[in-house]
Design a protein around this ligand. Structure first.
Ligand SMILES: Nc1ncnc2c1ncn2[C@@H]1O[C@H](COP(=O)(O)OP(=O)(O)OP(=O)(O)O)[C@@H](O)[C@H]1O
Length: 925
C-alpha cells in the first residue's frame, strides 16, 4: 500500500547511466530530464510522446508498452512512445501508480523544433481524473519550523483538490491530531514541510495509513513570510484574517499554491475560496475506526457492503462525494444536524417531489470539476454545454421545492438560494445562446457555436453553407447539363473535391472536365469552378475554425471567471442530492429521525445494523447508556450513588452477534451525527465528540508489527484521546496475548476508562471474569446476547439482555464450521477437564500443584490460597490470613508492591507492564 510513498521519498536525482554521451533527440531528452525533479519525462517528438532510457523501461513495465531501440552516436537507447492524442490515459495510469510525470511539448522555432517542459503531472495535480472521489493534495508543516511562536497549534495542514478548486486549512495540536486530519482527507499526494520531512515517525505513519505519494517540494515555498504573502495575495487579506489560523497552516497553504503553480496545472484561478477546517465541530474518527466501521470499504477492501454504498442513492458524482465526506466527517453542531434532519424529514415524506428532484438531478454534471477544466483551459464545447445544462437544474429544483409545501418550509429553500442565482442565470443564458446543439469534442474545427451568436461568424457560416449547398447539388446539375448518368461529387485527402463518373458514362464527359484519376469502374475529374469552390471552402473552413476558436476561448474564459458561482451551484446541487439520498434510504428502510441533544444519554429502541439489515432477517436490539455527567447529576438529585450505565460489558457465545451489536450502536450514532435518520424504532442520542473502536485483529504482520502490538497501540491511542463525551467500542481487547496478561490489560483498561476517561464504552469479551467488574464499578453494567441450548443444540437468539453469561459455545461454532467430529468430541472432553481443574485451582490448588497466590477476579485482588475459594472478597480476612499463614517472602514482596500501586494515577500502559512484572515475579517465587 505504501509503495508510492516509499519510492518518492527515496527518489534522489541520480544520473542515468544512459545519459553520458547521448546527443540529438535523446540528448535533448536527458538534459530536459535533468532539469526536472519528475520521475518520468514524456517528450513530444512529432506525433508521439517518447520516453527514453530507464524511463522507457519503466513505462513499458507499468503500461505494457513496446520498447524499441533508438541509436544515437553509435549507442543504442531503449525508447517507448504513445501517440500525442493518446497521452492522457497513459499519463493518468502512470500518475495513479504514484509517478510524477513531466510533459515536454514541441514547438516550432526558426531553425526547426525545440521542446520544453510545460507541466509536471503529479497525483495531487492530475486534472484528468475520471474517479468521482475527491483528490486531495496535502501539505503538512511542523509549527516549530515556522515562527508562529505562541500559537497553540503544533502542526499546520492545508488540503487542495485541483479538480474541484476546494481549498482548506487545518491545525493539529500534536502529531496525532495532524495524522487524524490527514486520514480524514485521505490525500493522494503529501508535501511534507522542511521539519516534517525528517520526522521519521510521522512519515512512517503517513506511509502506512495514507495511500499517498510523498513529494519533496522546495523548502523556500514553506517559508512562513513568503507563504503567508502568497496566500494573502491569492485569497485576499481579509479572508485570510478571518480564518484565524497560525503561520504553520498558512505555510502549508502557501506551499500548496506554489506547488500547483509550479507543476503547471494552471488551475490556481479555480481555487476561489479558502476555508478553515474547524476541528471542534467535527467528530474524531480516526483511520482505524473508519476501517472498523467499514465506512467506505469493507475489511476485505470491497466498496460493496460498506456503509457508504449501502446508503448512497445519490444521482450525481458530486452528491456522492459530499455524502461520503459527511460520513467521514460527522459533526457535533446540533444546529447543523437539526437543519439537515429537517430537510431529510421533509424530503422523505414528500415522495413525489423527491422523485422529481432526483430526476432533475440526473441531468446535472460535476460543476466544480467543469469549472476547474474551464480555468485550466481544457474544457471543450461539450463541457460548456454540460455547464449550461447543469445550471438549468438549479431553477428547476427551486421550482419543485417552492411548489411543495413540506419542502418550501424546510431549510431546502435556503440551500437553493445560497448561490448567486442571477449570475448563474446570466451565464446559463449566454451559454444557451452560444453553444451549438451537438458540438464536436475538438475545439479547433468549428461547428462549436450557434447561429446568431456573432455577426462576423454568421457571415462566414452563411457563405460556408452556401458553398456546401453548391457542392451538394453539383452532381445533379452536371447530370442534367451534360446528360450524364452515375455522377457523384465527393472529397478525400489526396484528390480533394472531385466529380466521379461511372466508366460507362466517362467517355461522354464534356471537354472542360479534367481527368485526375482512373479507377476500376469509374473516373475522377475536376473542373475550374469546382477547384475554385474547393479553395473557397478550405479558406472558409479555416476562417470559421479560427473565429469560432477565438470566440469559444472568450466564452471559456468567461465561464472560468465565474468559477466561484459554479462551485456554489455545484455545492448546492450536491447538498440537495445527498439529502435526498438520505431521505430515500430512510423512507425505503423504515428509518426514524433520532432525537439529538447535547447530553450524555444514548437510548436506542430496537436498533438495527444499517448494513447487516439489508441482507439478514435482523433481530432488533435496544441499548441504553448514560455518561458520567448524567450519572453525577442523578447522584446529586437523589443524594445517593447512581448505578448508571456508562460502560457495558457485552458477553455472549461466539457468533452470537456481539460485534454486530456494538458496531450497530456506533453506526447509529455516526449516522445521527451526519444528520441522517437511523435504523431503529426510536432513538435519543447525546452527541459525541469522537467514536473510537478497537475491533478484531487486522493482520499487519506484513508491516512488521505483531497483531498484539497493533492491538495495544490502538488501545493506547484510545486511552490517550477519548474524552467523557466519546463513544468507545472495544472488541475483545487483550485477546492477542496470554490469558492472564489479556485479562489484566482488559481489567486495567476498563478501570481507566470508567474512572478517568468516563467515556461511554461497550466492551465485548470472552473473559467472563470481567463481568465481575459490574459489582465493583458503579457505572459498569453487564449485557449478554442470548442463546438457547437444548439437547446439545445451540440456537442463537440474537437478542440482547441484561446480565452476564458464562458460556462461549466455541466448540459448537467449531462444529458448525465443519471441524471433524473426533476433534469436536475431544474438545468437549478437554473442556470438561479444564472446568474441573479450574474448580480445584479456585479451591486452593491440587496437592500436586501448590498454588501460592490467586488473582481473585471478583475482588480484583491477589489473595493467598487459604481463602481462594471463590467466596466473597474479604480484605480483612485476607489480612488475617497474611498474619496467620507463613507466606513466601518473594510473594509477600509482590503483594506489598501491588498494594502500593495506585491504579488511579498510574498510566494504563505502565500499569499493564507493572502487573506483568508482578506476575513474572510471582511465577519465579
Ligand atoms: N441482531 C442480529 N440479527 C440477525 N443476525 C445477526 C444479528 N447480530 C448478528 N447477526 C449475525 O450473526 C453473525 C455473527 O455475528 P458477530 O460476528 O457479531 O458475532 P460475535 O458474537 O461477535 O462473534 P465472535 O465472538 O465469534 O467474534 C453474523 O453473521 C451476523 O450477521
Amino acid at each position: 500500500m505504501d509503495h508510492r510513498g516509499t519510492r518518492r521519498i527515496l527518489a534522489v536525482a541520480e544520473q542515468s547511466p544512459y545519459m553520458t554521451e547521448a546527443t540529438g533527440i535523446v540528448g535533448e531528452f536527458f538534459s530536459l530530464k535533468e532539469g526536472t525533479d519528475a520521475d518520468l519525462l514524456a517528450m513530444q517528438c512529432g506525433d508521439f510522446y517518447e520516453f527514453f532510457g530507464e524511463d522507457a523501461e519503466t513505462v513499458s513495465d507499468e503500461l505494457d508498452l513496446k520498447v524499441s531501440q533508438k541509436s544515437s552516436h553509435g549507442s543504442s537507447y531503449p525508447m517507448a512512445g504513445v501517440p500525442v492524442n493518446d497521452l492522457t490515459p497513459y499519463l493518468k495510469a502512470l500518475v495513479e501508480r504514484g509517478y510524477r510525470v513531466a510533459v515536454a511539448d514541441q514547438y516550432e522555432t526558426d531553425s526547426g523544433h525545440a521542446r520544453e517542459v510545460v507541466r509536471v503531472v503529479t497525483p495531487g495535480t492530475l486534472l484528468e481524473t475520471t474517479d468521482a472521489d475527491a483528490q486531495y493534495l496535502a501539505a503538512i508543516v511542523d509549527a516549530s519550523s515556522s515562527s508562529s511562536a505562541g500559537s497553540a497549534a503544533g502542526y499546520g495542514l492545508a488540503f487542495a483538490d485541483v479538480t474541484t478548486g476546494r481549498f482548506l486549512v487545518a491545525e493539529g495540536e500534536d502529531v496525532d491530531d495532524a495524522l487524524t486530519e490527514l486520514y480524514r482527507f485521505d490525500p493522494v499526494e503529501v508535501l511534507p514541510g522542511p521539519e516534517t520531512r525528517t520526522d521519521d515517525e510521522l512519515l512512517t505513519h503517513v506511509r502506512e495509513r495514507v495511500d499517498a505519494t510523498l513529494s519533496l517540494h522546495e523548502t523556500e515555498s514553506f517559508a512562513p513570510k513568503r507563504a503567508t504573502h502568497a496566500v494573502r495575495e491569492h485569497f485576499g487579506s481579509e479572508t485570510v484574517d478571518r480564518l484565524a489560523v497560525g503561520e504553520a497552516a498558512l505555510a502549508a497553504a502557501g506551499a500548496i499554491l506554489a506547488y500547483v503553480e509550479e507543476t503547471g496545472a494552471g488551475v490556481l484561478a479555480s481555487m476561489t475560496r479558502i476555508q478553515s477546517h474547524q476541528g471542534d465541530d467535527h467528530v474524531t474518527l480516526d483511520a482505524t475506526t473508519q476501517r472498523n466501521l467499514e465506512l467506505t470499504e469493507t475489511m476485505q477492501g470491497d466498496t460493496d457492503g460498506s456503509l457508504f454504498t449501502t446508503i448512497d442513492h445519490t444521482e450525481t458524482s458530486a452528491g456522492g462525494r459530499l455524502l461520503k465526506e459527511w460520513l467521514q466527517r460527522p459533526r457535533r453542531s446540533l444546529e447543523t444536524l437539526e437543519r439537515r434532519q429537517e430537510s431529510v424529514a421533509a424530503l422523505s415524506s414528500a415522495a413525489l417531489a423527491r422523485d422529481q428532484i432526483q430526476d432533475t438531478l440526473d441531468d446535472a454534471y460535476d460543476l466544480a470539476r467543469l469549472a476547474s477544466k474551464a480555468t485550466h483551459g481544457s474544457a471543450d464545447a461539450r463541457d460548456l454545454q454540460a455547464v449550461q445544462e447543469t445550471l438549468a437544474v438549479l431553477p428547476a429544483l427551486a421550482d419543485t421545492i417552492a411548489s411543495t409545501p413540506e419542502l418550501a418550509d424546510a431549510p431546502l429553500s435556503d440551500i437553493v438560494d445560497q448561490p448567486d442565482r442571477e449570475a448563474a442565470r446570466e451565464l446559463h443564458a449566454t451559454l444557451e445562446e452560444a453553444i451549438a446543439e451537438d458540438p464536436p469534442s475538438t475545439v479547433t474545427q468549428g461547428e462549436l457555436l450557434q447561429r446568431g451568436y456573432d455577426e462576423e461568424l454568421d457571415e462566414v457560416i452563411d457563405r460556408h453553407e452556401e458553398v456546401k449547398r453548391w457542392l451538394e447539388t453539383l452532381a445533379d446539375r452536371e447530370k442534367q447539363a451534360h446528360g450524364l448518368s452515375h455522377v457523384s461529387v465527393d472529397r478525400n485527402k489526396t484528390d480533394g473535391y472531385y466529380i466521379q463518373v461511372g466508366k460507362s458514362a466517362a467517355d461522354g464527359v464534356p471537354d472542360h472536365y479534367e481527368e485526375i484519376k482512373t479507377l476500376k469502374n469509374s473516373k475522377r475529374f475536376t473542373i475550374d469552378e469546382l477547384e475554385e469552390r474547393e479553395r473557397e471552402i478550405l479558406r472558409l473552413e479555416e476562417q470559421r475554425g479560427e473565429l469560432e476558436y477565438e470566440l469559444f476561448e472568450e466564452l471559456r474564459e468567461e465561464v472560468a471567471s465565474r468559477a466561484e458561482t459554479l462551485q456554489d451551484v455545484g455545492r448546492t446541487l450536491a447538498t440537495v442530492d445527498a439529502l435526498s439520498s438520505l431521505a430515500t434510504h430512510a423512507a425505503e428502510n423504515r428509518w426514524i429521525k433520532p432525537d439529538l441533544h447535547a447530553g450524555n444519554v444514548l437510548d436506542i429502541e430496537q436498533g438495527r445494523h444499517p448494513v447487516v439489515e439489508q441482507t439478514t432477517e435482523f433481530v432488533p436490539n435496544d441499548v441504553r447508556m448514560d455518561g458520567a455527567a448524567t450519572a453525577a447529576s442523578q447522584e446529586r438529585a437523589d443524594g445517593r450513588a447512581s448505578d448508571g450505565r456508562g460502560f457495558l460489558v457485552v458477553t455472549g457465545p461466539n457468533m452470537s452477534g456481539k460485534s454486530t451489536y456494538m458496531r450497530q450502536v456506533a453506526c447509529i450514532v455516526l449516522l445521527a451525527q451526519i444528520g441522517s435518520f437511523v435504523p431503529a424504532k426510536a432513538a435519543e442520542i447525546g452527541l459525541v465528540d469522537g467514536i473510537f473502536t478497537r475491533v478484531g485483529a487486522l493482520d499487519e504482520l506484513a508491516q512488521g508489527r505483531s497483531t498484539f502490538m497493533v492491538e495495544m497501540s490502538e488501545l493506547s491511542n484510545i486511552l490517550h484521546t477519548a474524552t467523557e463525551e466519546s463513544l468507545v467500542i472495544l472488541d475483545e481487547v487483550g485477546r492477542g496475548t496470554a490469558t492472564y496478561d489479556g485479562i489484566s490489560i482488559a481489567w486495567a483498561a476498563t478501570e481507566y476508562l470508567h474512572n478517568e476517561i468516563q467515556a461511554k464504552t461497550l466492551f465485548a469479551t470472552h473473559y467472563h471474569e470481567l463481568t465481575g467488574l459490574a459489582s465493583r464499578l458503579p457505572r459498569v453494567a453487564n449485557v449478554h446476547i442470548a442463546a438457547d441450548e437444548r439437547d446439545g443444540d445451540v440456537t442463537f437468539l440474537r437478542s440482547v439482555r441484561d446480565g452476564p453469561t458464562d458460556r462461549s459455545y466455541g466448540i459448537h461454532v467449531a462444529d458448525l464450521a465443519g471441524v471433524p467430529d473426533p476433534v469436536v468430541d475431544r474438545s468437549r472432553d478437554v473442556l470438561e477437564r479444564l472446568r474441573e481443574e479450574k474448580a480445584i485451582e479456585a479451591k486452593g490448588g491440587s496437592s500436586s500443584e501448590p498454588v501460592q497466590t490467586v488473582f481473585d477476579v471478583s475482588s480484583g485482588q491477589f489473595r493467598g490460597p487459604a481463602n481462594a475459594d471463590g467466596g466473597e472478597p474479604d480484605r480483612q480476612q485476607a489480612d488475617k490470613d497474611e498474619r496467620d499463614e507463613p507466606i513466601d517472602p518473594d510473594a509477600k514482596a509482590v503483594l506489598e508492591d501491588l498494594e502500593s500501586l495506585d491504579v488511579n494515577t498510574t498510566p494504563p500502559i505502565e500499569l499493564m507492564s507493572k502487573v506483568q512484572d508482578l506476575q513474572r515475579r510471582l511465577e519465579d517465587s
